[in-house]
Design a protein around this ligand. Sequence first.
Ligand code: HEM
Length: 157
Amino acid sequence: MFIGGYVSASGVGLTCPKWPLCPKGLIPMKEFVIEYFHRTVAITTSLLIFLTMISIIRARRTTPNSIQVSSIIAACLAVVQISLGGIVIVEKLHALLVTIHLGVGLALFSMTLMPVLYAYGVIKFNTTKDSISSPGRTDNILKNGEESSGPGTIGKS
Ligand code: HEM
């Protein structure tokens, strides 16, 4: 997203006017190195997002549903984002498409963040599927009729 912002702000979005590959194929050239870098990082990141989804699905018995769902959504958004990147090029940086590209990027970031926070123990889940707790929370927001299972826990206990 950082590199995409730089591509946009520095106005080099059409230096590589072809899709999916740049005019020199896989060889990076000085004229379109920033845009080339944006595409390369996008493909690499998307592959990592896919591998994360596969490992999460393989460990589905021990992984909360919400984390599985967010990793699947992230993988789908990665496909959408890469296709949208191509359309942005073909449509010569149409303002609406660039804005949607930014929005999808934000959604992709959020969906990727969830499994990362879970993996590092920043958010924790009770064994029942829709309970979530965070070490920093002291307020208990409970749905009607639910009882708190202790500080920092939200949802069913
Ligand atoms: C994971 C994949 C990707 C992410 C997260 C991503 C993210 C972004 C972001 C955040 C921007 C800045 C938008 C703005 O400032 O309004 C951007 C710009 C851009 N992206 Fe991507 N991008 C991805 C993949 C691609 C791909 C595969 C292409 C294919 C060519 C592409 C082409 C572009 C172009 C041309 C711009 C500049 C638009 C302009 O000049 O205003 N992106 N990207």
